[in-house]
Write a protein that binds this ligand. Structure first.
Ligand code: FEO
Ligand code: CA
Ligand code: CA
Ligand code: CA
Length: 695
């Protein structure tokens, strides 16, 4: 498997207690620095953030809802990469969404939306690229406001399409008549760090921004695009949608501007049927993996269509081995969607770790290859099913979908995966790869629509009986009838080992690393991993393997698990845990009983036999608890593991200007005298003795 020396290390910190405090809590021998907050200026000429709703120019400020994030080391000066540098780098992070209320003085104005408000909201989405440095004297981290390396990518930034869908008729719009270009990226969730030094940002809940009014389907059908109606519905854009934040209701001051109208996907009955006179095809421009060169501020992001179109959560590379085709692992985050991997057609060349043209190297590995979707078998085996046009029913003769070509398969990856019989999962979120043994982990955050009738070995829990001892899983006791149908309320983390330990494999073995649960819940059917007060969690989401090394070059892979929870939040805010996991097959099988009691009090039961890893015990510990109403999202570190960067997303998201429900991060260093609008922010965590975080 691997030749690196692995430390017999343990997690050396004292677990942080669950809590509802409005600060970031870490172990006592660690410190938190707030680094980069919503609205922080990234150009020298931009004013400090007033944080009262009056600020503008978010294309030169930090966006909102910090999410996936990677650290790219820099040489001591200039813009050249140095992936061994622990004190200077480019930090790249996603801004997934916005807490609309705090962006405006008195909350958002109703529709028709004022142009200035919509511009702010649009520009607060996207990606930040910022230079960060650690002072040699104080050891303090800061971002460099006026750095030439800084960049914001927003939903309006020009992008280009690569791969099999480039130039496809489905990508043609009023803005992009030949279907090779487009504008921007939105709802960027998790990330990917590519072995050749680029960043992947992934488009997740993009569908929600689109308006689609009644009559659209009829126009598409009349113009020979009836299949688009099936596709739009499958991806969440049914007729009648108004679109998030009402951006299409803006009347632009520049009548030629289409930055608002582009979010209206309704086909104009009298417009050109090929889509080049309106934005009926704009939804097909989204749902992709997007590659960014973090070191070249003028580079154009590339949408990598070979990796398929879905609610892309993240995209993490497997281990690269010279002469072996590399793999990239992805979750499609929606209820009952799938886990995918893309295997490049091109075997890895070691010299590509330091290429002269990083995006051209991305072309080499990400534009040609095979997209697969996972099927998990009850016996602990699994199969990667290829989404390849012409095979296994993905043909023009397919009775349901009549696939035209490979581009059509990729645009409609969900439909293709349905045809192949992939396993419907409990919301696949982040993926992570153990750098020592190559095993791939994926969070399955929760699934309120899982029922006893639809459990399977890989998604075995659907504890839906209100009479079960659910304790703190639900927010009312006894639970309401709505809460009693929550299915898999606490989520789990699945992992797989490729056959032959190669990224090229078409088969694997799997088990479930850990099931989320309150420590006090039924140990037979719910708290299957035996979690206790030091490590109980719910709704795992962010996931990342660090590989910190000590002075002797010995390494210890640490798995970081972040939560995005609504089920256990009456007891604790969301959290970050550290783990030193074993490997697939180190546990055994377990029978899980699920009971459904309906409102009429009739009861049905089912059992699922699952594969479960060894109980994590003290090798899983809570490291951090966030402030109120937040989610813990992006995570990355310096190469030495001594500076851990973590994103805190949407603190106080349930409040507004007149009802501020969190004052974080203003209160991180001490209580504030009056409520202060909360801001999503990046923090840096260091150990007081300068040691490796977590060890
Ligand atoms: Fe953006 Fe699935 O979390
Ligand atoms: Ca997520
Ligand atoms: Ca989530
Ligand atoms: Ca979120």
């Amino acid at each position: 498997r691997s030749t690196v020396t692995v430390l017999p290390a343990t997690l050396a910190f004292t677990a942080v207690a669950k809590n509802l405090n409005d600060v970031v809590t870490v172990p006592s021998d660690y410190q938190v620095t707030v680094l980069y907050r919503l609205g922080d200026p990234i150009a020298a000429s931009v004013a400090a953030y007033a944080n009262d709703g009056s600020d503008t120019n978010f294309a030169q400020r930090a966006g909102d809802h910090h999410d996936g994030m990677s650290f790219f080391g820099l040489a001591a000066s200039g813009s050249a990469p140095d992936t061994t540098n622990n004190t200077r780098g480019v930090l790249v992070l996603n801004h997934e969404n916005i807490t609309q209320a705090y962006l405006h003085a008195n909350g958002p104005s109703p529709s028709p939306r004022p142009e200035a408000e919509a511009i702010k909201e649009i520009e607060a989405h996207g990606v930040s690229v910022i230079e960060v440095t650690r002072a040699s004297n104080t050891g303090a981290w800061s971002y460099v406001q006026g750095s030439a390396l800084n960049r914001r990518i927003t939903p309006n930034t020009p992008v280009q399409f690569n791969g099999p869908v480039r130039g496809n008729a489905a990508l043609r719009t009023l803005y992009a008549a030949d279907g090779t270009t487009g504008r921007g990226t939105i709802n960027n969730c998790a990330n990917g760090y590519m072995p050749w030094g680029t960043y992947l940002t992934n488009e997740e809940n993009w569908a929600g921004y689109f308006r689609r009014t009644a009559g659209d389907a009829a126009v598409r059908t009349a113009t020979g695009n009836a299949k688009q109606n099936v596709s739009l519905t499958r991806y969440g854009i049914s007729e009648g949608r108004a679109g998030n934040y009402g951006w299409t209701t803006v009347t632009p001051s520049d009548a030629t501007s289409t930055v608002f109208a582009r979010w209206n996907a309704t086909a104009g009955a009298s417009a050109a049927a090929d889509g080049t006179a309106d934005f009926r095809n704009e939804p097909f421009q989204f749902g992709w993996v997007v590659e960014i060169d973090p070191y070249t501020q003028t580079s154009t992001p590339r949408k990598r269509t070979a990796l398929g179109r879905m609610n892309h959560e993240g995209c993490m590379a497997g281990r690269v081995v010279a002469g072996v085709r590399p793999a990239f692992y992805m979750g499609d985050d929606a209820q009952n969607e799938y886990i995918y991997k893309f295997v490049s057609a091109t075997p890895w060349v070691a010299a590509d770790a330091t290429p002269s043209d990083r995006l051209a190297t991305g072309d080499k590995y990400l534009d040609t290859g095979t997209l697969y979707v996972a099927r998990f078998e009850a016996d602990g085996s699994g199969t990667w099913l290829p989404l390849t046009f012409g095979q296994n029913g993905l043909t023009a003769a397919n009775a349901s979908y009549a696939f035209a070509d490979q581009a059509d398969v990729l645009i409609n990856a969900r439909l293709a995966a349905d045809v192949l019989g992939a396993t419907r999962m409990d919301r696949p979120e982040w993926t992570a790869v153990n750098p020592v043994n190559g095993e791939m982990y994926c969070t399955l955050t929760n699934n309120s629509s899982r029922t006893p009738a639809t459990t399977d070995a890989a998604n075995p829990r659907a504890y839906t009986d209100p009479k079960l001892p659910q304790g703190d899983v639900v927010n009312a006791d006894p639970p309401t009838s709505a809460q009693a149908t929550r299915g898999n309320a606490n989520g789990h983390v699945i992992r797989l080992r490729e056959t032959g330990d190669t990224t090229e494999a078409t088969g694997f073995t799997w088990d479930i690393y850990a099931f989320g649960s309150g420590a006090d819940l039924d140990p037979t059917n719910i708290n299957l991993s035996g979690l206790d007060a030091s490590n109980d969690f719910s709704s795992p989401d962010g996931l990342w393997f660090g590989l910190p090394s000590n002075a002797s070059g010995q390494v210890a892979p640490v798995l970081w698990i972040e939560t995005d929870d609504g089920a256990y939040t009456d007891v604790t805010n969301c959290m970050l845990l550290a783990a030193m996991p074993g490997s697939v097959g180190d546990g055994g099988t377990r029978v899980v009983n699920n009971t459904l009691t309906t409102a009429a009090n009739s009861t049905t039961t089912s059992t699922a036999t699952t594969r479960i890893g060894a109980a994590p015990g003290s090798k899983l510990k809570r490291f951090l608890v966030g402030p109120k109403e937040c989610e813990i999202t992006g995570i990355t570190s310096t190469p030495d593991g001594r500076s851990l960067f973590v994103n805190i997303q949407h603190p106080g998201e349930n409040g507004g200007p007149a009802n501020i429900t969190s004052s974080w991060p203003a209160n991180q260093a001490g209580a504030v005298t009056s409520p202060t609008r909360p801001r999503s922010a990046t923090i840096v965590i260091t150990k007081t003795d300068g040691g490796v975080v977590g060890l």
